[in-house]
Design a protein around this ligand. Structure first.
Ligand code: TYD
Length: 143
């Protein structure tokens, strides 16, 4: 049970399924099948003080899939037209975020771990850190 990436294009949750076992449950992400991109990079955010937030930003190119591996947090997304808040608190459910989406992680519970799978290698140039700039690029159809 690896879950399946659907044909949806925008921000959406993907259920990864769960292999139940009395020795402990197991969930899997397969590059390009459970999620709609090939994974180039994985990173995780941890030791976040309770109630803390991570800075908002968007990417020119990178797509992401975000899972709360432990604990919980709220994921805020904005594609220029529609914004949403998704509470993540399961390690077998994640959110796909296309490129050109503003995203912000807030309300971390103490000891939470956010796992981020990304479609590109790290590049500071891929970041859009200014919300007004993000809106301009969106309106111009550049992202
Ligand atoms: P950043 O993405 O700016 O995190 P946030 O927006 O949540 O504060 O990353 C924080 C720091 O970590 C930044 O100095 C760059 C570094 N970093 C890497 O070196 N490689 C990576 O893949 C990522 C995501 C960050």
């Amino acid at each position: 049970m690896t879950g399946k990436a659907g044909k949806k294009k925008g921000v959406h949750t993907i259920s990864l399924g769960k292999v139940r076992d009395k020795r402990g449950n197991l969930s899997v992400v397969e590059s390009g099948s459970s999620i709609p991109f090939k994974i180039a990079r994985s990173y995780w955010v941890y030791d976040v003080p309770g109630g803390e937030a991570r800075q908002g930003h968007a990417y020119h190119k990178s797509e992401e899939f975000i899972i709360a591996l432990s604990g919980s947090f709220d994921l805020l997304t904005d594609d220029g037209k529609k914004s949403s808040t998704i509470h993540l608190d399961r390690c077998n459910k994640g959110v796909y975020i296309p490129s050109g989406t503003w995203r912000h992680m807030i309300n971390f519970a103490t000891n939470s771990i956010a796992l981020v799978l990304a479609s590109t290698a790290y590049s500071p140039k891929d970041y859009i850190r200014d919300y007004e700039k993000f809106k301009e690029l969106k309106e111009a159809g550049e992202i």
